[in-house]
Design a protein around this ligand. Sequence first.
Ligand code: DAH
Length: 346
Amino acid sequence: MLQQLEELKSNALQELASIADAAGLESWRVRYLGKKSALNAVLRGISCLPLNDRRAVGTLANQTKAALEDGLQQKELALREFDLAAIAGREAVDITLPGRPLPVGGIHPITRTIYEICDIFTSMGFQVVEGPEVEWDYYNFEALNIPEEHAARDTMATSWVDAETERGERHMLLRTHTTAVDPRVLETMELPIRVVTAGKVYRYEASDATHTPMFHQLDGLAVDKGITMADLKGTLYEFARRFFGEERRVRFRCDYFPFVEPGVEMAIECLVCRGAGCRLCGNSGWLEILGAGMTHPGVLERAGVDSQVYTSFAFGIGLERLPMLRHGIDDIRLFFGSDLRFLRQF
Ligand code: DAH
């Protein structure tokens, strides 16, 4: 019996080696491993054998079965690979080609600029806050020392949201600057305060190479006992060094904004000519990049902050101009045109 099993195994494996398709393999499986196979008959008959033979026959029969099953599995794999190779040979599917890349989104250059500036200010202890884009007249103008009929309203062409009241008043608008977040922060946050806020602002204007009816700003506000103009200059110098480079010169000049006193404008040495004068800087050698100042006592008082005890500085930056200057982009509309050939460059 043992010899029979050995023969059966070597015959089966020999036959297996010459099988070339799935149908041949299946009939081989039925013949050698199926219910009616000789091997199965041996396995079923083991219990009828004399006790002395059982162990040796049982062991060999099981080994034989394992060897045949193993051979079957190997052959299946080999045939499958052969199939794929055959398909590839007919060029129906070239399985060696790399997969198609999925389109992946990227971070918009304006969002990148916001992240970069927020990083600089958070490392100096500022906290990032947000405010609404649909805003009350009160926070956008009134609370910032810009009453009705103030000339400053004309410089910020406003998109109104709600209809005029019977008395001809309008209350709700699309914020014209992120400075509108400042009085909200002053009203609600605990002192001392150090915040930056960034986002979309709106002006009722036609588009051209330097204007769009929606653009982005970032505003900062610091409130504490004993804050002075020196803190303002130190903070903004540090920002300019980190954003534009260590060696870039910075200039402050007087300017007017209703919500600060004194007000300043900060300029950096021209990125192209480094102060010599060129087309980009209109021959001045300087690029104006932000407005700032010591928060007007009236703004603090109106929001419930005691201006006898606390002082504050504030600043506001237009965000599109920064990547435009850095990368020599000459049309602001490119940021909002969804042209991937432009956007993918960042
Ligand atoms: N909100 C001003 C604008 O849109 C910019 C500005 C100037 C913001 C001075 C400030 C500031 O916070 O202190 O033109």
